[in-house]
Design a protein around this ligand. Sequence first.
Ligand code: CAA
Length: 450
Amino acid sequence: MIQPPGDQVGVDDLSVHIPKLFLSAAGEFSSARDINPAKLTRGIGIEEMAVPDAHEDAATMAAMSLLELMKRNDISPEEIGKIYIGTESAVDEAKAMGTYVIGMLEKIYGEGSFQDCSTVEFKSACIGTTLALESLSYWAAQEDDGRVGIVIASDIAKYPLRSPGEYTQGAGSVSLLVKRRPRLLSLEKDFGSFTKDENDFFRPPGASTAVVNGKHSNFCYINAVTGAFDAFAKRALRKGTIRLKEGECLADHISHLLFHIPYPRMAEYASAAIFRHCWRSLPRWEEVEAEIGSEPKPSDYPSFDLFTLADADFGKRFARTNLFLEEFKAKVLDTTDISRRVGNIYTGSIYLGLASLIELRKLHPAERICFCAYGSGCSSLVFSGIVQPDASSLPSRDLEKRLDERKQIRLEEYERLHEGKMEKSILQPSEEFALLSIDHQGYRHYDYLD
Ligand code: CAA
C-alpha cells in the first residue's frame, strides 16, 4: 500500500447495525426442520439469526450503520470524500447502493450535503468489503485535504427455505471509518491473494436466493484462504515485515486471526487448516503426531479419493489436539462471539468478528491482527493490521445489550418475511430508515421515521 513516510492509514472506528428481529436456531425452527438443535448450536455454531423486517433492505441497513458511525465520531458529510460499499444484496442492477444511502442520509443532514462525495459498489461475494477497504486505503493514503473515507458492508444472507443453507442466514451492516493516523487499527502493507473460477456459491440474475454447493464451498474457502495466507506470509517474510526466529512460524506473530464467518464452525475449520499448514515443518509437530499419529501422504493410498478421506479424518483429529485447541481459544474463538447471535452477514462477517474482539475488550495496543477474507466464486485476501495505542479509548457500541433487546419472532413470521409475503412490518419503524415503497419504475423510496 502507498503510504506517506511516517504516516499510517487504517480503520479509525467502526459501527454495526443489526435488525431488531431474530429467529432462534433451537426450538420451533429446529423441530420444524427435524434437526437436532445440538447440530445447529454446536455443529454449525449458531444460536440466533438476525432477520430483516419488511421495511429493511441492504440499503437501509447500510444507511443505519453509516449514521451511527457519523454520530459516534461527529463527522459532517463535507468531511467524507468517498463511500465504498461491499454488498452482494444489491437493491438495483445498475444504480449504486451508495446513492440511495446518500439520499437517506441527506434526509437528516440536508439535501446536497454529500454532493462532493463519490460512491461505488464492490461486488465480489463475501470479499467485496475487503477489496473496498484495500482500495479505499490507497485513496486515504493520498488524500491531502483532511477528508476521510467510509467502507460499508451490508448484506442479507438468504437461502431457500428448508435448504441446508437456511441455518446459515443472517443480516446486518458494518461501517468502517478509514483515515490517516487511525485510532483503532493501522494496516500493514502486505497483502496476499488467491483467485480461482469456482461454482461454490453464486446468484444468477433475478434469483433472490443463492445457489450453493455447500460441501464444495467449504473446500473452496479453505483452499483459497490457505493459498492467500501463503502468499501473504511469503511477502511479509521477504520484505522483513515479520522476522522469524528458529522454530517459529508466521502465525506465532499474530495475536488474533479473523476469518470470514459464514457460520462460526467455519472459523474453526479454516484456522485448523492454517495452523496445520504452518506447523507441519516445525519441531512442535512432533507433539501433534504423538497425540494423533502421522499425517497421511498421497503415496500411502491406492487412490487420491482414499487419501482425501484419510486426510479429512486427520484434519478432524488435528482440530481436537491440545496444541490446536489452545491456539484456537487464544486467537480465534472470541472473533465468533457476535456471529453466533447474528448469523452470516456475508461481506461484513469478518468485520463483525473485529467488532466481537472490540466489544469483548480483547484488543491490546501493538498486537497484530491478521484478516483472512473469503469471497465465493472464489477469492481470498489476507492482510494484517496493528492495534493502535488509542484503540481502548473508543466507546463501546453496547452490542450485547442491543442484541438482548431484539424481538424473537415465530417461525411463521420468519417464513412470511423470507418469502416477501409480510405486508406490514412486525415492528413499527422507529428512529430508523425505512423502505416506504417501490414505484412503478422500480425506483425505491426511503425516509427516516422518528
Ligand atoms: N450435535 C453436534 N454436532 C452435530 C450434530 C449433533 N447432533 N449433527 C451434526 N453435527 C455436526 C457435524 O458432525 C458437522 O461437524 P464436523 O464437521 O465437525 O463433523 C457439522 O455439524 C455440520 O454438519 P454437516 O457436515 O452435516 O453439514 P450440513 O449438511 O448441515 O451443511 C453447510 C453445512 C455446508 C455449511 C450448509 O449449511 C451450507 O450449505 N451453508 C451455506 C454455504 C456456506 O456457508 N458455505 C461456507 C463456505 S462458502 C462462504 O463462506 C461464503 C458464504 O458466506 C456463503
